[in-house]
Unconditional design. Structure first.
Length: 176
């Protein structure tokens, strides 16, 4: 039986971590299925992330052609206490293109401007900039060795949280 109090604390921890970061790593697929990794500043919405991307960039064109992507939000190397186990959350996401001058687009722009100042509004004046809502389908939160959790459901905090208990295995020296 899952401990709901632990799930709520972990969900709050995941959201606090996400809110402490300003950019994410984005892996998208081109029309041939070849992966492309990039980054983008982001804002947090109602159970989603928002990014504003120029369609001159490959990741915007990829998301328009194939809405399945992966997002990684990770602790900075310089402040990590353990380089091999940096705190991170990753999601498989469904990218939804938000049409310019709609209520959804404006809500996303307000979230980006609140987080990053006036720069997103200036960029949004250019027709090549596209707004995307990244909706999580599943994820994983890692906060150290032996501290990895599966996040299920279309929620940033994870509607269902499972602790991955398999752990690392010590090599058997006699099997070599």
């Amino acid at each position: 039986m899952k401990n709901k109090a632990m799930e709520n604390r972990l969900g709050d921890e995941v959201l606090a971590f996400i809110n402490s970061r300003r950019s994410l790593q984005l892996a998208s697929l081109d029309q041939e299925g070849v992966p492309f990794a990039s980054y983008a500043p982001f804002a947090v919405g109602e159970e989603c992330l928002y990014v504003l991307l120029s369609e001159i960039a490959l990741h915007a064109r990829n998301l328009l052609a194939n809405p399945t992507a992966s997002v990684l939000i990770i602790e900075d190397e310089d402040s990590a206490s353990e380089l091999f186990a940096r705190i991170r959350v990753n999601y498989t996401v469904r990218a939804e293109h938000l049409e310019f001058d709609t209520a959804d687009w404006e809500a996303a722009m307000q979230a980006l401007a609140a987080r990053h100042g006036d720069r997103p509004r200036k960029l949004g004046e250019h027709a090549d900039f596209k707004m995307f809502r990244l909706v999580p389908e599943r994820g994983r939160y890692v906060k150290g060795f032996g501290k990895a959790y599966t996040l299920a459901g279309e929620s940033l905090a994870g509607e269902v949280v499972d602790h991955l208990r398999d752990g690392h295995k010590i090599r058997d020296a006699s099997a070599a």
